[in-house]
Design a binder for this molecule. Sequence first.
Ligand code: MG
Length: 159
Amino acid sequence: MKFRVGLGFDLHRLGPGSHLILGGVEIPHGKSFIAHSDGDVLCHAVVDALLGAAGLGNIGERFPDTDPRYKGMSSLKFLADAASLLSQNGFRVESIDSNILAERPKLLSHFAAMREKISSAIGISIEKVSVKAKTMEGIGMIGTEEAIAAQAVALISFE
Ligand code: MG
C-alpha cells in the first residue's frame, strides 16, 4: 500500500448573525460567516486536504463560488463529493486531523458532533477523524473575532 498526505487551509470573515456552521454542526453564536456557501471553514479545509493529497486540484476549481448551485449549500456535500471523487480515482481516506482557529465560542463540546458529521460525509469511521481548536490569544484578525480559520491534513492510501 502507498500513502499520500494533503494539507488544507481556509478562512472566512465574520459578520452579524446568530450562528456558525463548523464541521457541519450549527453552533449558536453572535456572529456568522460571510460566505457564498455556509462558510464552514473546517469542511473546506478538509476538502482541500483530501483533494490535495490525491492531486485532484482544490475546492475553488471543484466547487466554484461563482456557481449558483453552491449558494448556501451545506459544505458536508462538498466533503461527500470530494470523498467520492477520491474513491473513483482509487484512493482510500486513512485519517484526517484538523485545527479550528477561533477566539470564540468554546468549541470543545461540539467536537464529537463535528467528527461524526465529517466521518459520515466521507464514509469512514469516526476514530479516523480528529478535530481540535486553538484561540489566537486575542491577536490579529482571528484573535479580534473578525475571522475564523481552519487547517487540516489528510492521509490517504492507494494500491
Ligand atoms: Mg471557504
